[in-house]
Design a protein around this ligand. Structure first.
Ligand code: F6P
Length: 545
């Protein structure tokens, strides 16, 4: 892809940054009463406020110039058109087809995939309805009360995050998620479950992932041990792109739900990987989740760059990461039900954009994806917000909050939640000067000497950037919009970094070494040839066993 003008555009941004910073945010708001309007975007009820970031109209103009030089819009068109933009794996990237709700065909290698997409969705809905209504039962005739999804990474985080997020819509069987190869995870999950009324969904794109295969075998033994080998097929379903491997596991064909290699694992919650979510909230609500994602896709595909939420979220992210050189970003949902969103975004963002070479295979010349982390507010306020306000690193924060909670009887709780959310972004932006700290303490009657001693500790630098995503309520449609917004933001940033966001070679080395180390850990091979640290760890562990 021709990136003529990119280096010049980036250099112009850096020059602009040097002249602009530090931008006094309080003064920026005082001098421009229209700042909020100028630096926020709306898509229906969804508001993206980035006015508390140190950006000016010139910053945005320069960022847009950069995006055009990186051909972000052309790359976006190539993605939607099904071109093999995942160049290192030679694959199209079409998670957007999974939520295409129009009659428009989507072609991969010249063939329209929408028929297959709809057929799998229909099969999922029939199965989900059967489980929910009790027409599909366990081997002994018991209704399924508990669904255990066995998967990891993209085969776990999306459905687990969405199930919790959509708890108010959850009227199907209880949902559980087992991911870790640590036996504690499956042991604790199965404790208290009845095999006769438990359904396992083995979810794995490749159907080779060691964690998932190990947990699936343990689950199979649990069912067979309690109900007999013949009962196994009534208690298992599978989701995968590797249908041949699923067949070898002995899964009944009517319980196998496929997807395609043009769906990346971390982009797959809209595919059959979403089956546990569909069973929990029903096919209709799952459809609304897809509708929401589709609405964001249409917006991303068609809105002009400066009005485009994913584009602008990506450009602000790039500004913070590359131009301001901030190493991390915190995602703080003021929504307890989005507690798994930071973990979900860690995979989406860090597995996509944690890369060190460009699409051409040459080392990147700028930083790439930031460290993404977070916890729900208000809990985070009582844990790590100290560092966000007064620590030596500036970490941009992304706040998420609904205007309306799902508990009308607990309105006071929601008002407190909102007040805290807005107060945090205000505090990060405004800070507190030494004079203000002094004045506050003197007003409280503190002795002057004590004021001088304590005041420096009560200073907040302010000018710490944050963005806020504010929406009416966290319903399936909005969750779909939010997740698609983040997916496309990762895409936008990847184009600016000039990297492939859709492979994950970086996870391979550890996997290979673990395979080689297993016989050493098991005591079947000695640690000869390993580095001294690894050999020492093995030795010490053996002594403790
Ligand atoms: O370890 C990385 C990874 O390949 C992720 O990209 C993926 O989501 C996860 O493992 C699980 O893979 P699978 O769905 O094939 O079991």
């Amino acid at each position: 892809m021709d990136r003529t003008g990119f280096d010049e555009a980036l250099a112009a941004l850096k020059t602009h940054h040097a002249a602009l910073m530090p931008l006094d945010m309080r003064a920026a708001f005082t001098s421009d009463p229209g700042r909020f309007e100028a630096f926020s975007l709306r898509l229906d009820d969804l508001l993206f406020d980035f006015s508390k970031c140190a950006v000016t109209a010139e910053t945005l103009a320069l960022l847009e110039q950069l995006a055009r030089a990186a051909k972000v819009e052309q790359r976006r068109a190539a993605m939607f058109a099904g071109e093999a933009i995942n160049a290192t794996e030679g694959r199209a990237v079409l998670h957007t087809a999974l939520r295409n709700r129009s009659d428009r065909g989507v072609k991969v290698d010249g063939a329209d995939v929408m028929g297959e997409v709809r057929a799998v969705l229909d099969a999922m809905a029939a199965f989900a309805d059967g489980i929910r209504s009790g027409t599909i039962v366990g081997a002994t005739g018991s209704k399924i009360t508990d669904v255990v999804n066995i998967g990891i990474g993209g085969s776990d985080l999306g459905p687990a995050m969405a199930t919790l997020a959509l708890a108010p819509y959850h009227d199907g069987p209880r949902a559980h998620y087992v991911s870790n190869v640590d036996g504690a995870h499956i042991a604790d999950t199965l404790k208290g479950l009845d095999p006769a009324s438990t359904l396992f969904i083995v979810a794995s794109k490749t159907f080779t992932t060691i964690e998932t295969m190990t947990n699936a075998e343990t689950a199979r033994r649990w069912i067979a041990g309690a109900l007999g080998e013949d009962a196994v097929s009534a208690h298992f379903a599978a989701v995968s792109t590797a249908l041949d491997k699923v067949a070898a596991f002995g899964m009944g064909q009517d319980r196998v739900f496929g997807f395609w290699d043009w769906v990346g694992g971390r982009y797959s919650m809209w595919s059959a990987i979403g089956l546990p979510v569909m069973i929990a909230i029903g096919p209709e609500n799952f459809g609304r989740l897809l509708d929401g994602a589709n609405a964001m896709d249409r917006h991303f595909e068609t809105a002009p760059l400066q009005d485009n939420l994913p584009m602008m979220l990506g450009l602000v992210g790039y500004w913070h990461r590359v131009v301001c050189d901030y190493p991390a970003r915190a995602v703080i949902p003021y929504d307890q039900r989005l507690a798994r969103l930071p973990a979900y975004l860690q995979q989406l963002d860090m597995e996509s954009n944690g890369k060190g070479v460009t699409l051409n295979g040459t080392p990147v010349s700028t930083p790439t994806g930031p460290l993404v982390w977070g916890e729900p507010g208000t809990n985070g306020q009582h844990a790590f917000f100290q560092l966000l306000h007064q620590g030596t690193d500036v970490i941009p924060v992304e706040f998420l909050i609904a205007a309306v909670g799902h508990e009308p009887a607990l309105r006071h709780h929601h008002d407190l939640l909102v007040a805290n959310c807005f107060a945090q972004s205000e505090a990060l932006m405004k800070g507190r000067t030494l004079e203000e700290a002094r004045a506050q303490m003197l007003a409280k009657g503190m002795a002057a000497q004590e004021v001088e001693r304590i005041a420096p500790h009560r200073v907040f630098s302010g000018n710490r950037p944050s963005v806020t995503l504010l929406y009416r309520t966290l319903d399936p449609f909005t969750l779909g919009r939010l997740i698609a917004l983040y997916e496309h933001r990762v895409f936008v940033e990847a184009q600016l970094f000039n990297i492939n966001a859709f492979d994950q070679w970086g996870v391979e080395l550890g996997k290979e070494l673990a395979t080689g180390l297993l016989p050493v850990v098991e005591g079947k091979e000695d640690a000869a040839g390993r580095d001294a640290s690894t050999a020492g760890l093995v030795r010490h562990m053996r002594e403790l066993q």
